[in-house]
Structures are given as C-alpha cells and as structure tokens.
Design a protein around this ligand. Structure first.
Ligand code: ZN
Length: 286
C-alpha cells in the first residue's frame, strides 16, 4: 500500500502558531522538508497579510524555495484574489478550501455556504488539473457542533470535477469509524486531521482503511486550532511516518531527517513541539 503525505506545517502549522516567522525562515522550513522525500508540501496561503500575519509575504516564501524534482508545492486559496496570486506564483497545485457549515464559512471567509460553493466552483473552472478541494469542519464545527455526513457528501458531489477532495477534521473532533465511513461514502481521496483530542492518528489510519490515499500532517505536530485556544495542532508528520512504515505502508519519507527538522524547529520556536517521535527517538535507533 502506498500513501501520499502532504506536509502542511509551513501553512496550517505556522498559521496557528503565536510566533510570526519571517519568509526566509518559512522558505528554509519548506526546503528542509523537501529534502526528506516528502512528495507534497503546502508551502503558503494566499490570504491578506493583515488577516493572517503568520502567512504574510507568501510571494517571498515562494521566491526562497529551491524547487526539487518529485516534490509538489501547494498554495492555499480562499477566494479569487488569492487565486490570482497563486496563478502568478508558479506553484504546482492549488488547494481550494471551504467549510461544511454556514457559520464556519461566515467566520472564515465572510460568505454563506452557497457563496463559498460558488466561489470554489468558479475558481475550479480556471484552476490547473492539479487541484484539491478541502472541505473543512467535515465532522464537527466549533459553532454548529456535529456536521451531518449527508451535507458533506452532497458538497463532495458538487466538486466532482476537482482533482481530488480532502475531508478535514479541522477541530479534531472526529473518531475513527466516522472518518472511515465518510471517506467511503464520499470517495474522498484524502484526510486532514488535527490531534486536538488525541484521535488524529487513529483517524488517519481509519481514512486509509476507508480508501484514502492522501494524508495531511504537520512536522512536529506544529500548529494549534484557532477555535480551541489550548489545543494541539495537526498530527505530527514524523509520528505518522513511523506508524505507517512500521505497518508496511510506504511513504518514501526519511523519518530520521524529519526528526532533525523538528529538533531544529524546537530551537526556532523556543518551545517543545507536540510531536512525540522526535523526543522518544525512532525504533530501532539508528
Ligand atoms: Zn487544519
């Protein structure tokens, strides 16, 4: 079995960190990650600088990236303006995202659910073949609670022309059977899980069992959750690689190289990260 890992630390991870890192450091992080064998890296988000200071200067980050063959570099886009910036950037894949609920779209993108669907549909019309639609809060919403799987299923159907669909457990509320069932029902290619309530790794595993082939993860478990102030971030990439490789799922990623990056990041951010493998060490030890 093969899986495509999508590293989202430079985007989802850093976006939810208190510290604002300069574009040069963010580009260095992307370059270090690309050297580990990761096939896909979400490098930037094309949002307004004042709206998300952690993501300011996306073009400067892109400029600092030393492109590596075999690595797909992704930019996240919320609206038309963001898509124009993506198109000018020369990145490989666009990740278009919307929420599964009215309230989430309102708070996150100042749009109704219908408007958000319309936005994504319009942009998809001119997007490159390599496009991803991520449906946020696909399992639970901080404002509306549990999300009806039927709503997510009908959203997924509306974006059938996208290159792939990723279901996101944005607030880390899902449990494995829910994830497996919704991946099966929608035929979604990928799963994006936060480890807010420590279900993230089991959920990722369940997504694979449900037929997913793309998993998002964040180096060191970087990040947090904008709607749960003390919550942890995405599932840690190196911990995920350890689990998958141990179970015979090929990732193509050098886990020791990932551990080295988390050690470096600990110094950059001046705090211990959530990831556990970089503290425990791999097994058997190298
Ligand atoms: Zn996320």
């Amino acid at each position: 079995m093969n899986v495509t890992l999508c590293e989202v630390g430079p985007r989802d991870g850093l976006q939810n960190e208190q510290d604002v890192l300069p574009p040069t450091t963010r580009a260095e992080l992307v370059n270090r990650l690309a050297a580990t064998g990761l096939p896909r890296i979400e490098a930037v988000s094309f949002v307004r600088d004042d709206a998300v200071p952690q993501m300011a200067g996306a073009e400067d980050v892109v400029e600092g990236i030393e492109r590596r063959d075999g690595v797909e570099y992704v930019g996240l886009v919320l609206n038309e303006k963001g898509f124009e910036r993506f198109a000018a950037s020369g990145l490989d894949r666009v990740n278009l995202t919307l929420g599964a609920t009215e309230s989430f779209n309102h708070r996150n993108a100042n749009a109704t659910l219908d408007e958000a669907v319309e936005r994504v549909t319009t942009i998809l019309g001119k997007a490159p073949e390599r496009s991803t639609v991520t449906i946020s809060v696909a399992f639970g919403c901080p404002f509306e609670g549990r999300v009806d799987p039927a709503v997510v299923a009908s959203l997924a159907e509306r974006f059938s022309e996208a290159g792939e669909i990723v279901l996101a457990d944005t607030i880390g509320a899902a449990t494995p059977r829910q994830v497996k069932a919704l991946i099966e029902r929608t035929g979604a290619a990928g799963f994006h899980g936060h480890n807010t309530r420590n279900t993230g790794f089991a959920n990722a595993y369940a997504a694979l069992e449900g037929g997913a082939s793309v998993l998002d993860a964040s180096i060191g478990g970087l990040g947090g959750c904008p709607y749960a102030p003390r919550a942890t971030g995405n599932i840690a990439t190196e911990d995920l690689v350890y689990m998958l490789e141990g179970d015979g799922v090929e990732t193509g990623v050098d886990v020791d190289a990932l551990i080295g990056i988390s050690e470096w990041l600990e110094g950059v951010l001046g705090r211990q990260l959530e990831g556990q493998l970089y503290r425990a060490g791999s097994f058997p030890s190298a």
